[in-house]
Structure formats: C-alpha cells, structure tokens
Design a protein around this ligand. Structure first.
Ligand SMILES: Nc1nc2[nH]cnc2c(=O)[nH]1
Length: 197
C-alpha cells in the first residue's frame, strides 16, 4: 500500500509544479492536461510540463513532459525504471503508448478518462479507445507486463478514513482549479488550430 505522504506528495507536485504551467498553457490556448516525472528515490521532480497542442497536436501533457525529459543531458536524466510518471489526467492512448515505449513501469493520475469526458468536455480519449481499439471505459489493462497505472483516488481509498478524507479534500480543491481551467479552455478554443479540440 502507498502511504498518505506518497499520495500528498503527488498532489503537491500537481498543485505546485504542474498547475502554474497549465495556467499559462491554457492562457495560450492549450488544453488543461499536465504531467511530471519524479525520482523514485526521493520523489523529487525531474521535469514537469503541460499540454502544448497549439504548437504540435502530439504535445499532450504527458508526451511534452517526455520530450523535455529526453532533452536533458544523459547524466541529468535518471533511468525511467527509477522514475515515477505522474499525470493530471488518465493518459490517452497516445500517452499510454509513449509511457510504455519510454520504459516506465508505473503511472499515477488524478482525473479519469470519464472525468476528461464528463467534467472537462474532452471526449476524445474515450472515443479513440472505443473507435480505434474497440475498448469501453476502463477496458484497457491497467496492470500489465509493462506497468501498473493507478488513480490517486484509488490509492486514497485504501487509506484509513481520516487520511482518505484529507486527500479527498485536496482533490476537491484541485477539481475546482481544473474546472476553472476547463472553462477558460472551452471559451477560447474556437480559434485554436487543434484538430481534436
Ligand atoms: N491524458 C491526456 N489526454 C489528452 N487528450 C487530449 N490531450 C490530452 C493530454 O494532453 N493528456
């Protein structure tokens, strides 16, 4: 079981490292997705990034973080097996593949594919899984030969009740932050040159 301090550290990274980048990214017209790569040894952040689809529709938050990661000099870049992959939203099919090809054995995310569709009005992740891979929501193999993918709230649900509630309180605050980012993105997206907006 992952302890409460681990869960809080992931939320800290989202709040302090990813959200500020995403505020800027959304202001520029990008979606609200973000990601970070942390060292397993001390949970320090190697890179944090945010979605940059207005530059390139492949620069999803996760892929953009991987791009930055591989731009680091080799001696400043830990092996992916020694890293945690953190994503604000459950990785889409593109990002699941990128995380796999980069050699991570894990990822953690805050919001689910269904949240992306229902709370953030971005249906494409689930639609691509259904149309291209014939997968229903929750239908991909979240524990497989390559990695274990876990929702932060699933980790929280295994904690003692008071600790679970403390995590849920922080998740509620973050949800409000992301709802505001979502409104800003949706209001401005008509003029953006993003194929699946
Ligand atoms: N997880 C995730 N899903 C997306 N769907 C569209 N863009 C993104 C992104 O950057 N991350």
């Amino acid at each position: 079981m992952k302890d409460a301090s681990f869960v809080h550290r992931l939320l800290d990274v989202i709040e302090r490292e990813i959200v500020p980048l995403t505020v800027e990214g959304v202001r520029a017209g990008n979606k609200l997705f973000g990601a970070a790569i942390l060292r397993k040894s001390d949970f320090s952040v190697v890179v944090a990034e945010t979605n940059n689809e207005i530059e390139n529709p492949l620069w999803h938050g996760e892929v953009h973080a991987l791009k930055r990661f591989y731009e680091l000099p080799r001696d400043a870049r830990p092996d992916t097996k020694d890293c945690l992959f953190l994503s604000t939203h459950e990785p889409c099919s593109l990002c699941l593949s990128a995380i796999t090809w980069a050699g991570f054995d894990n990822f953690y995310y805050l919001f689910s594919h269904m949240d992306s569709r229902d709370s953030f009005a971005i249906p494409h992740d689930l639609k691509i899984l259904k149309e291209v891979f014939t997968l229903e929501p929750g239908g991909y193999n979240s524990s497989n030969a390559f990695w274990d993918g876990r929702a932060i709230r699933e980790l929280a649900s295994a904690l003692p009740e008071a600790q679970r509630q403390a995590v849920e309180g922080r998740v509620a605050t973050l949800s409000a932050t992301y709802e505001a980012l979502s409104r800003a993105y949706q209001e401005g997206k008509a003029g953006n040159d993003i194929p699946l907006g």
